[in-house]
Design a protein around this ligand. Sequence first.
Ligand code: 5MM
Length: 338
Amino acid sequence: MSELNNIVLKVIGNGKGILAADESTGTMTKRLENVNVESSTQNRLIFRETLFSSESMKNFIGGVILYDETIKQSSSTGKKIPQLISDSNAVPGIKVDTGAKVLAGSPEEKITEGLDGLRERLKEYYKLGARFTKWRAVYIISKDYPSKLSIISNAHALARYAALAQESGMVPIVEPEVLMDGNHTADDCYKKTSEVLKRCFEELILSKVDLKGIILKPNMILPGSNSEQEISSQEIAKLTVKCLKESVPSDVPGIAFLSGGQTEKEATENLNSINKNNNTNFVMTYSYGRALQQSALKFWSKNIQDTKGTQATFNHRAKMCSLAAQGKWSKDIEQQNN
Ligand code: 5MM
């Protein structure tokens, strides 16, 4: 088994998943201001350190995606952040794209940037302790979108990034996120996501990326956030599994979903249903940002000194996600453990 595949299994095997704590400063500022906390370097570090030193890091979190600011910081006890994460037997990872910018030729859409100088930055992140990386492409859905231009250019960038990440000895998380915004149906999401994924894998294969050494981070198949379509978790799961089975080569070891604006409970219930319906060989787990952190952030914002309480809130969410990653979550367990 290759070293990259070993890293993948350490990050997402055994019912574990990924904590996406790679919010850029702009996004983190929005999250903190939303709960009336000042977005200072110190506050961003305190909240993140609180999560990274929680008990769930040992049992439920196999990897943490960091942002450039965080990977270079030290904890209050003087430990480097990547070391704090590895001490719990989780793997430190790093977001390496530099953000989504307006796509020339189709200004409604975005292209993710960050390829210039990437090889050198990857070397630096490896030295800092990162063993996996992340790059996120975003696609909008409407009648005319995503355009062919967006699908082709974002897939190309994802593949060039993934090849460079593997060259540097790190696992690439490939994140093509078809956004939930809009009033489209789940069927529209299914069709557009299939098209996006198929093109991504064509490019990954063309770039000679070892598919056994990547993690795919896709969206679930959902109706748009403004759609009136009623859909059960069971139906979401069936559509999601079918879409991935048809569009993702079977060499890919694992899929770690993004939560994309679902509530914590929705993201947990849907992941659980996906695992109950998983008739593939893919590990299906979580790489959640908001759906792992929301309650903990809310609690912390009102009880900034209460590290244990914040960690208990986070531990609960991480445990529920881990149960869902094994198809063992239920509404009763959610209640009992709360
Ligand atoms: C944690 O948020 C990441 C994005 O941050 P920026 O927009 O500031 O770059 C994001 O890539 C995240 O990893 C995924 O979208 C998953 O997060 P959610 O909240 O959708 O689970």
